[in-house]
Write a protein that binds this ligand. Structure first.
Ligand SMILES: [Cu+2]
Length: 150
């Protein structure tokens, strides 16, 4: 045991601690995103909507504060309202999914609005988005699909 060194053990343990602090990612095991879709933009449109269902299986609310994606210049959180039959979209600061609940984000409710394309979207392609939440980053892979008739 001549080579046994407590210093080395302590060094290794603190490396472990640092590592786990650097990559806290996986409270996101309890967060799942189902059937994420981005609508193929209309010709010449500079923005488009999206649809996905978010499952929060954790013990605390999930608060989406920001969404990013390399393919978009700006991503906004929107809510759709109907004022005397007229459809309007308004920006919101955050979207909350209560503990043990799921929330469908659709163009007619709360949704993620994608604005300004860094390169044209192709029908059927898979596009990455990242949800920035109070529980860490949640990766999303969304398929580009035809605009659905609502
Ligand atoms: Cu919108």
């Amino acid at each position: 045991m001549a080579n046994f060194s407590w210093r080395r053990v302590v060094g290794f343990l603190s490396f472990m601690v640092v590592t786990s602090v650097t990559f806290p990612a996986t409270s996101a095991e309890k967060i799942e995103v189902g059937k994420a879709q981005i609508f193929m933009p209309q010709r010449n449109a500079s923005s488009t909507g999206s649809k996905m269902t978010i499952y929060n299986r954790s013990e605390q609310p999930l608060i989406i504060r920001e969404v990013t994606g390399e393919r978009f210049k700006q991503v906004m959180l929107h809510i759709t309202t109907y004022q005397s039959g007229k459809r309007e979209m308004h920006p919101v600061d955050q979207i909350t999914i209560a503990a043990h609940q799921r929330l469908a984000l659709t163009p007619n409710t709360s949704h993620i609005m994608l604005m300004g394309f860094t390169q044209p979207l192709q029908m059927g392609e898979l596009v990455s988005l990242t949800l920035h939440t109070n529980q860490g980053l949640v990766p999303v892979i969304a398929r580009v699909v035809p605009m659905s008739i609502r």
